[in-house]
Every structure is written in C-alpha cells, then in structure tokens.
Design a binder for this molecule. Structure first.
Ligand SMILES: Cc1cc2nc3c(=O)[nH]c(=O)nc-3n(C[C@H](O)[C@H](O)[C@H](O)COP(=O)(O)O)c2cc1C
Length: 319
C-alpha cells in the first residue's frame, strides 16, 4: 500500500530533482499541476554570510502551495520533495537536514548514499524517505537503513544513470520489496508512465523532459538542445564527475571535446588550461527519453499532456 502522501496525485508521477535546473519556480508549477515536484537542497546556494537560501525557498514553496490550495480546494497541489545528496563531499548535509526537519518537508529523496540519521529526521517530522538506487544491493541496504521506498534508476536515465534494464531492475526489486517503488530512466510520455506501472512500479520518476520548460533554471540553448536531440545524441561517460552519467553529445562538442573518444580521454591532460572547469560546466546532462520532447512549454502544459496521454493509454490498453 502506498503511503497516503503518494496517493491521489493527478497522475502517478514524481518530478525528479535536477542539479542547478530544479528550483522553486519549477517545483511550484509541478505541484500545482498535480505531480510531486522536487529539487536538490544543494541548489539553494547563498553567498558567504547570507542566511540560508534553503530556508526562504521552503517558506516560499509552502506559502504558494497553501495559497493555491485555499483558492482551489477541489484540485489541491501535490506535495513536494527535497533531495539530499548523502555523500561525504556534501559539507552542508547536517545543516540542510535541520532546515528540512524544521520546515516539516513531507518527502525526502536521498541519493549517493543511504544514512539512518537522514531517514530518522524525515520520519521525526512526519515525512517519508525515498532512496535512489541502481541495483538490488544498494536497494536492500537502503531499506535496512530505514528508507520507506525506493527509486529504481535504470539505464537511459539523466544524471548518474544505472546500467540495468528497467525490466530487470524492477523485477529483481519486486522479488523481495512490496513497498513504494518509483522507476526512472527515459520516461517521457503518459504511455511510458503506464508501462512503468505495468512493470511493477507504483510511480514514474521523470527529469529530463522538465528541462525544456519555461520554469527550469537552465540556459535557453540547453532547453533548445533537449528539444532538438533524441536518444542517439546521449553519451554515457564518467569523465565529468567520476561517476557514470548521461550527457548531450552536442554540448560536449560545443565544449571542445569529441564525444566519441571520451572513454580514452585523460581529464588531467585535456587541453583546456584554466578554461577546463568552465567548459565542463557547459556539458549538459540528459536522459534518453527526450525524443518525445518537441517544444519548450510551461511545466503545467507538459504535465497536461502527460495526463492526457496516460488517460488515453489506459483506455486503449486496459479496456
Ligand atoms: C541535468 C540533471 C541533473 C540531475 N541532478 C540530480 C541531482 O542533483 N540529484 C539526484 O538525486 N538526481 C539528479 N538527477 C537524476 C534525476 O533525479 C533522475 O534520476 C533522472 O532525471 C531520471 O531520468 P530522466 O532524466 O531520463 O527522466 C539529475 C538528472 C539530470 C538530467
């Protein structure tokens, strides 16, 4: 049985958190349109000496969703989620946990590491914790450490994708886990959301299609590249972060590299000089599902389309 907070969404979709790209504008638009919106806590970056931006983002999200709910009691906003990067490189983790606990964040998404204290903090303030995993070994560890649900990150996902087919990954997790299970990786249509459910997931977890929305915090050229590209333009490499991830080949070319020879490239000897960091910040991430993204639209319009496609797919397949 799904926790009540994940029930009664307009469609069974959680918008995934995306580094830099997801902020309060996108999250508020996603939640108002009826799906769970999310952002990485680390996206709220204040300058030294300023009060924590995460605090004011959470206040704004809660206030705007409250206002929406008062004005629209018949179609209330979906809940929101905050992503914590549980990695030793995240020096802000304890501070961000305290802020999210104080704001009673309803859904906590953890990635790059599972920790008992983070799950306890989520539960202590009445929330649930979902952990993203790329295989069953990490999935079992996450549940042992107190996560309520799992996000199966399959091949073709944007960001740090796993190598496994979604069919294999969901089936192996469902063998022993009957709690909340989300599936991610190249899901970009309502039909694919229904397919994720048919495979055994409860909800779909969608990122890249929301890069091409008006509310996404991304340069116009990045949004347009999502529209102009398809699965064949996505390259998998560990060169940029040390962990295998999926990137847009045209952005790699634009940064002066050859996407076909990345595997053999030595990052320390690449010919960027001091421009290296800048060039790499212009290498843009994406999953393989973007062939279905044909325009830059407000997030609500993308969600309306997903909902219409999902209803049509159900009518056609479940009749
Ligand atoms: C540009 C980009 C940035 C991402 N940043 C994060 C992040 O900061 N934290 C995280 O947990 N996942 C991150 N992800 C992964 C997503 O949460 C999610 O697993 C993925 O987008 C799903 O695949 P899809 O993009 O094909 O829909 C990112 C994905 C993209 C495309």
């Amino acid at each position: 049985m799904l926790p009540s907070i994940l029930q009664n969404l307009r469609i069974p979709v959680v918008a995934s958190p995306m580094f830099i790209v997801s902020g309060p504008d996108l999250v508020i638009a996603q939640c108002k349109a009826g799906i769970v919106g999310s952002f990485p806590a680390l996206n709220a970056r204040e300058k030294d000496g300023e009060p924590p931006l995460l605090d004011s983002w959470l206040t704004r999200i809660a206030e705007e969703l409250d206002r929406h709910n008062q004005a629209n009691p018949d179609c209330p906003a979906a809940p929101f989620a905050v992503n914590q990067i549980v990695h030793r490189s995240n020096a802000r983790l304890d501070r961000d946990i305290e802020i999210c606990h104080r704001h009673k964040v309803p859904i906590w998404i953890t990635s790059l590491g599972a920790r008992v204290e983070v799950n306890q903090a989520a539960h202590d303030c009445g929330g649930i914790a979902l952990h993203d995993v790329i295989n069953t070994v990490f999935a079992r560890k996450a549940i042992e450490k107190g996560a309520d649900g799992l996000i199966a990150v399959a091949a073709g996902a944007g960001g740090h994708a796993g190598p496994l087919s979604p069919f294999a990954l969901v089936q192996e997790i469902r063998d022993w886990f009957d709690g909340p299970l989300l599936l991610s990786g190249a899901i970009a249509t309502g039909r694919a959301v229904l397919a994720a459910q048919a495979m055994g997931a409860d909800l779909a977890y969608i990122g890249s299609p929301f890069i091409a929305t008006s509310e996404a915090n991304a340069p116009g050229d990045y949004k347009q590249m999502i529209v102009d590209s398809a699965a064949g333009d996505i390259v998998t490499s560990s060169l940029f972060t040390g962990v295998s991830g999926n990137y847009l080949a045209p952005s790699i070319r634009a940064a002066g590299m050859d996407p076909d020879t990345l595997d053999s490239a030595d990052p320390s000897s690449m010919n960027f000089g001091s421009a290296k960091a800048k060039a790499w910040s212009q290498v843009w991430g994406s999953g393989q599902g973007i062939g279905a993204v044909r325009d830059i639209v407000p997030a609500a319009q993308r969600i309306d389309r997903l909902a219409a496609e999902y209803a049509a797919a159900r009518a056609a397949i479940c009749a």
